[in-house]
Ligand binder design. Structure first.
Ligand code: FAD
Length: 303
């Protein structure tokens, strides 16, 4: 692996690439092991160059966004990790907003507000990137990315740029085609409606106040850990099972919102994963409900 890494570094001297970089510096949970290589490209040509060099050197590729819906295992990630947050341009033209994958969805929703455009108020407090929000079909308070997205530009595994329409992205609850086809989202196009700026602001502020009242924003977390099972709500199920406040290592079921697991200090990814498994097992035994993680779990599994 060392010679492949060195050859990769040699080929990408003009791009910001770090070696053996702890991903706990980037994840919202403040947990996770190192990436062999972490690249922070600033343009699409740089991303394509990275893909070519990774392929030539047989290095696996993992793309992450703001790492707000992610648990990276403690053994880290082999090969190349690409973070797109340096590609964060947002353009507003008429009723269209085009945002690069690394732009924050919060910043995108603010840009829409600045143009008096309505439709992205629901996303005003979702701390992900545009790429991550498309991948997850992020949503809140009755809205979802798929409600406003018209198309996304992607880079296929063959390093080709393609534009996929909303229908082609095959969105459903916290799901998009990108979860299956291994492409990289480069940018997204949103078609919005003209609105009234103070009304848009009022809605965004109202939703953010609701969020602050209900969610443990004072601690590191990865948002809602589990998807909503049909016919149930995750938080009340976990409360009913007596698990609120339950702690393993530094990871704790939030005392404020039982659907969140917070890092109370010094948590590891293993603490998170052990607690997730314990919650799943308990909820299955008590209620016969299967909780499926919404959070994405990636990285090397120790033997
Ligand atoms: P990451 O966590 O970095 O990655 C998530 C997945 O997307 C990974 O599998 C990654 O490989 C993939 N990915 C990321 N970028 C790309 C790309 N450019 N191309 C291809 N794949 C990519 N989510 C909601 O839906 N609604 C909420 O209300 C909400 N509230 C939250 C509140 C808090 C406090 C926190 C911490 C999280 C919350 N989340 C919420 C979760 C999270 O913010 C969203 O899922 C968000 O869309 C993830 O984006 P990200 O850039 O952080 O993705």
């Amino acid at each position: 692996m060392l010679s492949q890494i060195n050859a990769f570094l040699e080929a990408n001297q003009t791009i910001n690439v770090k070696t053996n970089e702890p991903l706990s510096k980037y994840t919202f949970t403040k947990t996770g092991g190192p990436a062999d290589l972490l690249a922070l490209p600033t343009s699409v040509p740089e991303v394509r160059q990275l893909l070519v060099a990774a392929k030539q050197n047989q290095l696996p590729i993992t793309v992450i966004g703001n790492a707000s819906n992610l648990i990276v295992r403690d053994d880290g990630i082999s090969g190349l990790v690409i973070i797109l947050t340096a590609m964060d341009q947002i353009d507003v033209q008429g009723t269209t907003v085009v945002a690069q994958a690394g732009a924050g969805i919060i910043q995108t929703s603010e840009a829409a507000y600045s143009g008096s455009l309505t439709g992205l108020e629901f996303a005003a407090g979702i701390p992900g990137s545009v790429g991550g929000a498309v991948f997850m079909n992020a949503g809140a308070y009755g809205g979802e990315i798929s409600d406003v997205l018209t198309s996304a530009e992607i880079l296929t595994q063959d390093n080709e740029i393609e534009t996929l329409t909303n229908a082609e992205l095959n969105f459903s609850y916290r799901h998009s085609l990108i979860q299956e086809n291994g492409s990289i989202v480069l940018s997204a196009r949103f078609e919005m409606a003209k609105g009234v700026a103070p009304t848009i602001r009022e809605k965004m502020d109202e939703l953010n106040a609701l969020r602050a009242a209900k969610q443990p924003l004072e601690y590191p977390s990865c948002g809602s850990v589990f998807k909503r099972p049909v016919g149930h709500f995750v938080g009340p199920l976990i409360q009913k099972a007596g698990l609120q406040g339950h702690q393993i290592g530094g990871a704790q079921v939030s005392e404020k919102h039982a659907g969140f697991i917070v890092n109370r200090g010094g948590a590891t990814a293993t603490d998170y994963l052990t607690l997730i498994a314990y919650i799943q097992e308990t909820i299955w035994h008590k209620f016969e409900v299967r909780l499926e993680p919404e959070v994405r779990i990636i990285g090397k599994k120790s033997e």
